[in-house]
Design a protein around this ligand. Structure first.
Ligand code: GUN
Ligand code: ZN
Length: 435
């Protein structure tokens, strides 16, 4: 039995923060210990008291004065888009057609898919992200590459073959039947293998025919425990085209609703320009609205209305959406999310931000019984953060007087440089990248 004891300042969330004065939603231990045995957390407590009994038996890794938190979770990202990040385009559909649909064709090649999947997993670890829900390309070999590379690193990943049978280059199109068959084979091959979770992934209504969405619906009925991953209401031209292609469905969300693709395991990327009715349906079905601020600003899609959705009871997650997103960093993501909300006259508190990065996103993905917090029994996916990672952060830290201020500095100025170590099931992974 391998036992590790991480020592440092431990921060973990117990619940969603209810306002700035809510200090009961998290647990903070100034001189804390996280005891890990065989990849799982067995004890979290004060170094001197709670963990004392374990001191003799384990390897001690002293991370003081750094912060130890649950690993970051990115619930919406596209691994095949690593090489289109930062592509210059005016709007979503132009960006998709000019760059993304060209790039994704390369994933027909197994070798290319493997190389990018490997780089993707390593990049997430470099940035402190231990779990992601990623789109693959239309090609089943991209799914094999994605889950093979995740498996090598023992990462808990959610992913699936993109279903798309129209409005894209011929080389990227499947058919309703081949999408169904390839998805079925992908589920059989990967779902539940190690830490892999397969997601049924119709890209968005524009690239799927009625027949394909009906196939996705049938597949959901067969495998109701799987995630469904798609996009909705990102951009005005996209919304208009979706409604044109599905004229009898009322609104964009209504399309997914009528095909019974909404529910607690459905991750809906963007959700920016929703009507009152659409918001209500998303809330009622317990679907998740995924806020992707760096992408929404970079592509110029719009300002997510966090408060309105939160007030109506919508479950909200936060994600990078790379390659539409402009950073792999979940810290940069929350910084841009904060700015989007500022522009709407809304406030995002530092504790709420860090709740989203960890327990909040775990809950949004229905994975909170395994990851997202530091509690006995949880899988030991952990990030260690240095708030003085750069000279300017170090100078600013001299004037920081509270944990809240420190978290806000990390969010505002931090990126992968602030990530000292990333553990997957208790194994140090970031330092191994450099070795
Ligand atoms: N809508 C459909 N596909 C995509 C994609 O790849 N990225 C983004 N941002 N939006 C999409
Ligand atoms: Zn996306």
């Amino acid at each position: 039995m391998s036992v590790k004891i991480l020592r440092g300042r431990v921060l973990t969330f117990l619940d969603e923060p209810q306002g700035r004065e809510d200090h009961g939603c998290y647990r903070y231990i100034e001189d804390g210990a996280v005891v890990i045995s065989d990849g799982r957390i067995v004890m979290v407590g004060d170094w001197n008291q709670r963990a004392a009994s374990h001191h003799a038996e384990g390897e001690i890794i002293d991370h003081r004065p750094h912060l130890i938190m649950a690993g970051f979770i990115d619930p919406h990202v596209h691994f095949p888009q690593m090489q289109v990040m930062g592509a210059y385009a005016g709007s979503l559909l132009e960006w998709l057609n000019t760059y993304t649909f060209v790039e994704e064709q390369k994933f027909m090649d197994e070798g290319h898919a493997g190389r990018i999947a490997s780089a993707f997993c390593d990049t997430l670890l470099q940035y402190g992200t231990t779990t992601a829900a990623s789109y693959c390309s239309v090609h089943p070999q991209s799914v094999d590459a994605f889950f093979s590379e995740a498996e090598k690193r023992n990462m808990l990943m959610v992913g699936g073959k993109v279903m798309m049978d129209r409005n894209a280059p011929q080389a990227l199109l499947d058919t309703p039947q081949s999408a169904y068959d390839d998805t079925r084979a992908g589920i059989a091959r990967w779902h539940g293998k190690g830490r892999a979770h397969y997601a049924i992934t119709p890209r968005f209504a524009i690239t799927s025919t009625h027949e394909q969405l009906a196939m996705a619906e049938a597949q959901e009925r067969e495998f109701p425990h799987l995630h469904i991953h798609t996009h909705v209401s990102e951009n005005h031209a996209e919304i208009a085209q979706a409604k044109e292609l599905y004229p009898n469905y009322g609104d964009y969300v209504g399309i997914y609703e009528k095909f019974h693709l909404l529910g607690p395991k459905t991750l809906l990327g963007h959700c920016i320009h929703l009507s009152h009715r659409e918001t209500e349906v998303i809330a009622e079905t317990r679907s998740v609205a995924v806020f992707c601020p760096t992408s929404n600003l970079f592509i110029g899609s719009g300002l997510f209305d966090y408060e309105r959705q939160h007030e109506r009871g919508v479950r909200i997650a936060t994600a990078t959406d790379v390659g539409g997103g402009s950073s792999y960093s979940m810290l940069r993501t929350m910084d841009e999310g904060y700015k989007v909300m500022q522009l709407r006259g809304q406030r995002l508190t530092p504790f709420r931000s860090f709740y989203h990065l960890t327990l909040g996103n775990a809950r949004a993905m229905s994975l909170e019984d395994r990851i997202g917090s530091l509690e006995p029994g949880m899988e030991a996916d952990i990030v260690v953060l240095n708030s003085s990672a750069t000279p300017q952060m170090q100078l600013r830290m001299e004037t920081v007087e509270s944990l809240e201020q420190e978290l806000f500095l990390l969010q505002t100025c931090g990126d992968d440089r602030a990530v000292v170590e990333t553990y997957v099931m208790g194994k140090p992974m970031k330092s191994a990248l450099a070795a």
